[in-house]
Structure formats: structure tokens, C-alpha cells
Design a protein around this ligand. Structure first.
Ligand code: 13P
Length: 282
């Protein structure tokens, strides 16, 4: 089927108390792996690309890959811009045909974050494309985006932010960070419940690679409807490629080693869809 937006997908998840996994893709094999995983589990799925990924190859390349994969599949697939870091990039993805856009103004002051978010919401909503924003700072480093030390989302501010921007979903900072964790992450789950009480749009968890599955489940019980995984997909793909190359150092056909990377990504994605409980929700 054609690409769908994240709007209905996340509202359905919110209503039925599960989450949709959002998986960062960086090449054709990862796109194929993520959609195949969704098909095997009859799950809705979101693919997303960061600014550095779309700098490596343009939004059109990734969108075209995602479109083909979605059209061949019989589960709902959305293509989302992850951490859009400027109005211009958000518009580039929107105009290209991304079916969901994040504008991340979390590094700016509250009013400035509201202003940039609202400008993207106003543009995207004209064509029915939903927008995700971030309030508070998810720590760690994702590609060339440095989340810094992190500052947790304040529930009262979250309420005001959603009301003033009209945003469709909100990424919250409750102690997760992008990249590889040094120890076990400690999440402020109570804060999540407090945010949920005053904010009615679907909430998004970033920096989920390395967060224990039981903790992710608790977050979903408290209102998380979209769960982002990136680092672990990179690790899975690279593991497959390295494993193949270590067994056959003479190989010159990229299809051979990429296929093992693709298989490992598919298995990883399936395991996380089960954590999100999005299987059989297509
Ligand atoms: P991880 O790299 O920690 O999985 O974070 C992914 C993410 O939040 C993408 O926005």
C-alpha cells in the first residue's frame, strides 16, 4: 500500500495501549529489513532518517526506497524525518513527500521552540502531514546532533507547548540518551505519567537502543506511543557485514555481505516490535 502518515497510526496505538516502533534506516537494505519485519509480524511501522542521513544521500533517495517497500507491503508504513533541525529541512522532507515530520527546537528557549514548531505545524497541516516536536533535551549524541547533558521535560510546560503549537506528537526527555549507554539508563517514569495526565497527544521515546525491554514496556503503559531505535540497527547491520567478511575475506559481491546485515536488522526489528506490542495491529 502507499505510504501512510503517522497520525492515525499513533492515535490507534494510544487508544489500544501499544506503541509503534520507529526505526532509523541508512541504506536500502535497512529499509527492506524493517518493512519485511513489519510484514512478518503484521505490524504497522515507521521508518525515519536523521539530518546526517539525508545529507549523505538526499531525502528523495530515502523516500523512493521507502515508497517502493511500502507499496510492496500489506502493512501500514510511514516515512518520518527524525530530528529535523531547521525549518528548511522540515520543508524539504515535507515537499518531497515524507508522511511525517519532526522539528526539533529543543535546543532553543521555550518560546523560540514554540515559534519554530508552530511554523512547521502550520505548513505541514495544510497537507495533512503530522508533526512531532521535542520539549526538554534527550541527552547523548546522534550523528552530528549533540543533545548535551539533557534537561527533563516539565509537565506544565509540555501542556502549554502542545496547546500553543498544535503539534501531533511530543518527544519527551525523561532520562534517555541517543547512542550507546555506559551503564543502565535510569528513567524518570513518574514524570512520564505526570506528562500524560496533562497532555493528550501521543508521546515519543527517543534514545531507546540499550534501554531494557521491561523499562520500555513500563513507558508504553504510561503513554509512550512511538519508540525510536537507531544505534542498535547500525550495530546489527555492521555485525552481519563484519561476520560475513570475516568468514569470506575474498568476497567482492556487496549483495552477499549486505544480505547478512539485512537479516540481522530484520531480526532485531522484529524483537522490538514484540516489545512495542505492535504485532497483529496492522
Ligand atoms: P538510539 O540511537 O539510542 O536508538 O536513539 C534513536 C532515536 O531516538 C532516534 O531519534
Amino acid at each position: 500500500m502507499a505510504l501512510v502518515t503517522t497520525k492515525e497510526m499513533l492515535l490507534k496505538a494510544q487508544k489500544e495501549n501499544y506503541a509503534v516502533g520507529a526505526f532509523n534506516v541508512e541504506n536500502m537494505e535497512m529499509v527492506m529489513a524493517v518493512v519485511k519485519a513489519a510484514e512478518e509480524l503484521n505490524s504497522p511501522v515507521i521508518m525515519q532518517t536523521t539530518p546526517s542521513t539525508v545529507k549523505y544521500a538526499d531525502v528523495e533517495y530515502f523516500l523512493a526506497n521507502a515508497k517502493v517497500a511500502a507499496e510492496k507491503a500489506n502493512v501500514p508504513v510511514a516515512m518520518h524525518l527524525d530530528h529535523g533541525n531547521s525549518f528548511e529541512l522540515a520543508m524539504k522532507a515535507f515537499r518531497a513527500g515524507y508522511t511525517s515530520v519532526m522539528i526539533d527546537g529543543s535546543h532553543s528557549e521555550f518560546d523560540e521552540n514554540i515559534a519554530i514548531t508552530k511554523s512547521v505545524v502550520d505548513a505541514c497541516h495544510c497537507a495533512g502531514v503530522p508533526v512531532e516536536a521535542e520539549l526538554g533535551k534527550v541527552g547523548g549524541k546522534e550523528d552530528d546532533l549533540d543533545g548535551g547533558a539533557g534537561g527533563y521535560t516539565d509537565p506544565a510546560e509540555a501542556k502549554e507547548f502542545v496547546e500553543r503549537t498544535g503539534v501531533d506528537s511530543l518527544a519527551v526527555a525523561i532520562g534517555t540518551a541517543h547512542g550507546v549507554y555506559k551503564g543502565e539508563p535510569k528513567l524518570d517514569i513518574d514524570r512520564l505519567a505526570e506528562i500524560r495526565e496533562v497532555v493528550d497527544v501521543p508521546l515519543v521515546l527517543h534514545g531507546t537502543s540499550g534501554v531494557p525491554d521491561e523499562t520500555v514496556s513500563k513507558c508504553i503503559e504510561r503513554g509512550i506511543c512511538k519508540v525510536n531505535y537507531a544505534t542498535d540497527l547500525r550495530i546489527a547491520f555492521s555485525k552481519g557485514v563484519k561476520e560475513y567478511l570475516s568468514k569470506d575475506s575474498e568476497v567482492i559481491d556487496p549483495k552477499k555481505y549486505n544480505a547478512l546485515g539485512r537479516e540481522y536488522v530484520k531480526e532485531y526489528v522484529k524483537s522490538k516490535m514484540l516489545v512495542c506490542k505492535s504485532n497483529n495491529r496492522a
